[in-house]
Design a protein around this ligand. Structure first.
Ligand SMILES: [Fe+2]
Length: 383
């Protein structure tokens, strides 16, 4: 039952269910921990979630200092300031609470708590992960949105001021000791953000599933997560206090980030460019381009077969076209766009958006080989 407590190790230990955050606070106190650093952000604090979690830990006998100076697109100064706060508090562990930004900063803070700077040294593109040892404080992650799945991921995305570029810091040791999926901490998320983040979670699973690589574990997880997200996102959007639907979306999000170890694709590549150039919300951008990207990808025979299979799993006819129709209705039903017409994207920006997408790391995982002109064609249909 989605509203009961469960525990999994796949691959991170997951404590799932209403009340999980309170229970984990007690477990950590029993293990002897006394002081921690809570890494959150302004939105999380304004929603009162920081107070709620500090209350759980205080009741359990653990003192939490708080660092919430995390930008929506986090920068390296946030990490250095967080590491200073960790040391000043004499903290023994890092507790991340929030969406992807807060959890990404929390991972980098635990790294900087014991490793020398600057953060540039650990840039994954420069093989920096070899310098990250497991000598780091324990880390616990509590997501307050159901989208990025950062709580089960091994990457932290931070913008470096030296390059002004989003930089991936990666380490297998960034996996949290426990990911806490507590739907009670997501009920305050507004409907529009619930929809946008939920679509992001769905797209992680969909792009992972259609990617052309052998990964049956990821495929199985992705298919199951899509069925859960398909049925539960409309409920969570309509009735934000529905703990069962909120829980299923948290699970679909964690499953998405587990599945996309296999790959993502150009839906994300295009969405990333729309985020950089037009500040479009990541989930919203993913929703807006999804239909055309799937029409593009289904020209690849293997993809069409997979989409037809998905359509059946979601209760539709066995065809890729039927899947795309179901997908469009589902997006519209949760208030998400299926094109970019309302975003004033000028046609003159298409070459820049295409160039960005072609260089994006997710592009190479796309099941249909993307050649110059393809992304421009997709964008022309969308704007
Ligand atoms: Fe995403």
């Amino acid at each position: 039952m989605p509203t009961k407590r469960h525990a999994y190790n796949f691959p991170t230990r997951i404590e799932y269910g209403p009340g999980a955050a309170r229970d984990v606070a007690k477990t950590l106190a029993q293990s002897g921990l006394k002081k921690g650093l809570l890494v959150s952000d302004k939105g999380v604090e304004q929603a009162g979630l920081g107070d709620t979690v500090r209350g759980y830990f205080k009741d359990a006998g653990i003192e939490l200092a708080t660092f919430s100076d995390v930008k929506p697109n986090p920068v390296d100064d946030n990490v250095y300031d967080g590491a200073k706060a960790f040391k000043a508090a004499g903290a023994e562990f890092v507790l991340g609470l929030g969406g992807g930004s807060a959890l990404d900063v929390a991972k980098a803070v635990k790294c900087m708590a014991t490793h020398d700077g600057p953060l540039e040294k650990y840039d994954d593109m420069k093989d920096g992960s070899q310098y990250i040892s497991n000598n780091m404080p324990p880390f616990y992650a509590i997501p307050t949105t159901a989208g990025t799945g950062s709580e089960v991921g091994r990457s932290s995305v931070i913008t470096l001021k030296s390059t002004n570029k989003k930089t991936i810091i990666f380490s297998p040791y960034f996996m949290p000791n426990i990911a806490v999926l507590d739907p009670e901490l997501t009920v305050t998320l507004p409907a529009k953000l619930t929809a946008a983040t939920g679509v992001d979670a769905f797209v992680h699973n969909l792009e992972a599933y259609v990617a052309d690589a052998y990964h049956p574990l990821a495929d199985g997880i992705a298919k199951e997560a899509m069925v859960r997200a398909y049925h539960n996102l409309p409920i969570a959007v309509q009735d934000g206090k529905n703990l069962a639907a909120r829980g299923e979306m948290l699970m679909a999000s964690a499953m998405g980030a587990t599945a996309f170890q296999k790959s993502l694709g150009i839906n994300h590549s295009i969405a990333h460019g729309l985020g950089v150039y037009f500040d479009l919300h990541h989930g919203l951008a993913n929703a807006a381009v999804l239909k055309e990207v799937m029409i593009y990808n289904m020209q690849e025979k293997g993809v069409a077969e997979k989409l037809a299979h998905l359509s059946m799993l979601l209760g539709g006819q066995r065809s890729a076209e039927a899947f795309i129709e179901l997908l469009s209705q589902w997006l519209t039903g949760v208030g998400m766009p299926t094109n970019l017409k309302s975003f004033d994207i000028p046609a003159s920006m298409i070459p820049k958006l295409e160039a960005y997408a072609l260089e994006d790391p997710c592009c190479s995982g796309n099941p249909r080989k993307v050649v110059p002109g393809d992304v421009a064609d997709i964008l022309k249909k969308l704007i």
